[in-house]
Design a binder for this molecule. Structure first.
Ligand code: DON
Length: 566
């Protein structure tokens, strides 16, 4: 290298040095934001022991699986957006659940072809094949520095010694009390004599600790093969599910190219299908940009800015319903959907003064509610960073814990479209592209995202069902306005998902006058209770400063610290 360098033009070196991955990390610091203080502490422990952001991601994932059983777990899946500083590469690690081999297109319909919604939400038939254990193994093996024995230790301790019941635990366990009480192991583990445990009560999961120990010892095989796999299949089938050993042995995570778009001089990197997030965010930003070219720069929080944002959302969610699904099973016009020409065409159909009626665009949907799932963001002192959104879908997933494993099953099968036009629990509809098929991954809204320019590296995401995409979009817009990270995660939210045809807003977003103006344009507005639980970290490169923030709506914790790596 040294021999080659003298002849090379300085300009070329400058370009190489400006590649995002080749920049030195901020002031030797690390930043972590997760939805639970125990997971933030686990990340800190691992980073201080010389682990990198990927090791921290393993520790956080496993700890959240223990202390937020309503949000994510070994029985669930998710997407990890990774930035590897050494190569400068961004990768999406797809650990989404897959439909079991015995799954079939009409499995949740009765003899008359009517949907039986509870079958895809409560009980073992609702569970897809989990991806999280394979993701832990992949992160450690391909990207980490430490062994799983070290990075899983905090989670194992938390599972064995227990964690305290919080107000959020009580709220979500209350929401799912009946389904938890109906399953003997869930009842024993997560309730107190079938009732909600008191705040401060201790929840211990010794069988989950053993399962984590198996994974620490044998990696993915400790979960997907051998004795534990046998217990999982027996337990699921006994509870009415359809898992087979071959489904578990055949599960693979997939590395995919993230979806990248450009907006106001920022690069926005987000989740690829089977998440709809990156495509929808790119489409909304492109449409908004096309509208800005017509209307001049928009104030994002003004009436015209909100009107145009909502119209762009409406169209992106319509296309989501029609086109998106698992890329390993369906062909999707992704390049067209995220292209500038397509957005320019959409912008032409948007009136500056009138809401478009969703019915005039195409068919589908109903009511969305966003209970739980989790997100974390972490950055290490070497400039590696991870945004990960993980889920078991509904609070406490399917409500069933498999005997002898501590594994709480997901109900992610509900994210498939069970019948064209029939909404899932988030009111989202879909078409053929997201129909159930053996081995297929259900379409997701989870959108771990990076937003970057020369001055900023932002890492963010949130749970929230169908509203994830529009919340992340709000965070991205706040980042492009140069706001501090605390504002990205706390700012008031606005959502439209094509159908139902109405804007959902948090109480603080609109003043009376703004609301009246939007209604006069033809928008229906519903004020909702607050939603989301965003976790974000940022590296402001000009001041060489890290920031981290945890959504004040949740119980999370964000820290910036000097890991003092030995
Ligand atoms: O993958 C999805 O889109 C959903 N299973 C996420 C669920 C969720 O965010 C629930 N949260 N509050």
């Amino acid at each position: 290298m040294r021999a080659l360098m003298p002849g090379w033009p300085i300009a070329f070196l400058a370009v190489v040095l400006w590649l995002p991955g080749s920049l030195p990390a901020a002031a030797g610091q690390a930043a972590v934001a997760t939805a639970h203080p125990a997971a933030t502490a686990a990340a800190r422990e691992v980073l201080e022991a010389g682990g990198n952001a990927f090791d921290a991601a393993v520790a956080i994932t496993a700890t959240l699986a223990v202390v937020e059983p309503y949000s994510s777990g070994l029985g669930g899946g998710g997407f990890y957006l990774l930035h590897d500083a050494a190569s400068g590469r961004d990768v999406m690690l797809d650990a989404r659940e897959r439909a079991p081999g015995e799954a079939s297109r009409d499995m949740y319909l009765d003899d008359e072809g009517n949907p039986q919604p509870e079958l895809s939400v409560d009980g073992a038939l609702a569970a897809g094949i989990p991806g999280i254990p394979a993701a832990l193994d992949h992160l450690a093996g391909q990207y980490g520095r430490l062994g799983l024995d070290e990075t899983l230790r905090p989670a194992i301790v938390a599972a064995r010694e227990g964690f305290e019941v919080t107000p959020m635990y009580r709220r979500l366990a209350g929401f799912r009390r009946e389904v938890l009480a109906a399953d003997p192991v869930s009842r024993e583990t997560f309730l107190a004599d079938g009732e909600l445990p008191d705040e401060g009560a201790i929840i211990r999961q010794p069988e989950l600790a053993e399962t984590l120990e198996r994974i620490a010892l044998d990696g993915r095989d400790g979960f997907y093969r051998g004795e534990l796999a046998g217990r999982l299949v027996d337990g699921v089938r006994r509870a009415g599910g359809i898992w087979c050993r071959s489904d578990l042995a055949g599960y693979r995570v997939v590395e995919r190219e993230p979806v990248v778009s450009r907006f106001r001089g920022f690069e926005v990197v987000s989740a690829a299908p089977p998440s709809s997030g990156g495509v929808a965010i790119a489409q909304i930003l492109n449409t908004y940009r096309a509208l800005e070219r017509r209307a001049g720069e928009l104030d994002d929080l003004s009436v015209p800015g909100l009107h145009y944002r909502v119209e762009a959302m409406r169209r992106a969610y319509r296309d989501r319903a029609e086109y998106l699904g698992d890329p390993d099973h369906v062909d999707m016009p992704i390049e067209r959907l995220i292209g500038a020409d397509y957005a320019a065409g959409l912008a032409v159909g948007i009136s500056p003064s009138r809401a478009t009626s969703s019915a005039s665009l195409a068919p589908v949907v109903t009511e969305p509610e966003g209970p739980h799932t989790t997100h974390f963001s972490v950055m290490d002192s070497q400039g590696n960073y991870v945004a990960a959104t993980l889920s078991i879908n509904y609070p406490f997933g399917a409500g069933v814990t498999v005997p002898g494993t501590g594994v709480l099953l997901n109900d992610e099968m509900d994210d498939f479209s069970q019948k064209p036009g029939v909404p899932n629990v988030y009111g989202l509809v879909g078409a053929e592209a997201n129909a159930i098929a053996p081995g297929k991954r259900p379409l997701s809204s989870m959108s771990p995202t990076f937003v970057r320019n020369d001055d900023l590296v932002g890492v963010l995401g949130t749970p929230g069902g169908s509203r994830i995409i529009t919340m992340v979009l709000g965070g991205v817009l706040a980042a492009t306005r140069g706001e501090p990270v605390a504002e990205w995660v706390s700012g008031p939210r606005i959502h439209h998902q094509y159908l139902p045809d109405r804007i959902e807003v948090e109480p603080d977003l609109l003043g009376d006058e703004q609301r009246a103006e939007l209604e006069a344009m033809g928008h229906e507005i519903e004020v909702k209770d607050s939603f989301g639980n965003m976790q974000a970290v940022a590296w402001w490169r000009d001041g060489d400063r890290l920031e981290a923030a945890s959504d004040p709506r949740g119980e999370g914790e964000a820290v910036v610290f000097d890991p003092e790596v030995p």
